[in-house]
Write a protein that binds this ligand. Structure first.
Ligand SMILES: Nc1ncnc2c1ncn2[C@@H]1O[C@H](COP(=O)(O)OP(=O)(O)OP(=O)(O)O)[C@@H](O)[C@H]1O
Length: 253
């Protein structure tokens, strides 16, 4: 059996009294688009930060294409791209310079990096802004450039934290199309979202996270079946995560 793109084994993290992630087991095969759906504070960001090696788990492990983040971090991370919800760009760089910088960090040879960077800028409609400093970019443009930066070392597994937040319809369409193409090429995407519609529309399988634990997992049809087959994902979600999420959703969180 091929190694899973991402496997979590008993992954756990506490912050003082808060159990942010608790004994989380997850297996995402290669070639899948998986959404971790959960209300604010469910543990989504903490999970991704542990997978990306930015936060040490208290217990458990994450494996990327079979390589343990704890034991073989360099190998595990080579195939991984992580896009945080608030990526850092260097305001005084132009988009091409930013991509060149990121490619350099990954050791991608310039002759490979340059055409790839150009193709990514064209793809995201940023080529016409190639002479502008990134500090002048809108949130959507920054998000697209960060995504281009995540792709410049040709990763096989991409983990993205709330990738559509703050994007207008056109930018969201570009990002969704890119993720779909990335997965069609046999790569894997794991993204977090607190918006049900995003999970519903994009993901092949959805994991519902709440209080740091996985409450349910499956395709949309499988999750619907949990609420008697008639219900929407929203009903399943609210049934599983309870009133706290309902209140947060109502508050527009
Ligand atoms: N660095 C930290 N120090 C203390 N507590 C933290 C820290 N990071 C996260 N937490 C807590 O851990 C829990 C999980 O947070 P996390 O950010 O992983 O949730 P999330 O599902 O990503 O939420 P959101 O949708 O709001 O981004 C929350 O209770 C949060 O307050």
């Amino acid at each position: 059996m091929a190694a899973a793109a991402l496997e979590l084994r008993g992954l756990s993290k506490r912050f003082g009294a808060v159990r942010a992630v608790h004994e989380l087991d997850l297996r995402v095969p290669q070639g899948e688009l998986y959404a971790l759906l959960g209300p604010n504070g469910a543990g989504k960001t903490t999970t991704l930060r542990m997978v990306a090696g930015l936060l040490a788990p208290d217990r458990g492990d994450a494996l990327i294409l079979g390589a343990s983040v704890r034991e073989r971090p360099t190998e595990a991370k080579r195939a991984l791209a992580y896009l945080p919800d608030d990526p850092m760009l260097y305001g005084k760089l132009r988009p091409g310079e930013y991509l060149e910088f990121v490619a350099g960090l990954w050791g991608v040879p310039p002759e490979e990096a340059a055409p790839r960077a150009e193709a990514l800028l064209e793809r995201f409609d940023l080529w016409r802004h190639r002479r502008d400093l990134t500090e002048t970019f809108s949130r959507g443009m920054k998000q697209k450039l960060a995504l281009a930066g995540a792709l410049v070392h040709a990763p096989k597994v991409m983990i993205l934290d709330e990738p559509l937040t703050g994007l207008d319809a056109a930018a969201a369409r570009d990002v969704k199309a890119l993720l779909a193409d990335f997965v069609s090429a046999g790569n894997t995407v794991v993204l977090t979202t607190h918006i049900m519609e995003v999970a519903e529309r994009l993901a092949e399988r959805i994991g519902i996270l709440s209080g740091g634990s996985l409450r349910a997992e499956g395709t949309l049809a499988e999750l619907r079946a949990l609420s008697g087959g008639e219900g929407s994902l929203e009903e399943v979600f609210l049934e599983l995560v309870g009133d706290g999420a309902e209140q947060q959703e109502r508050a527009g969180a």
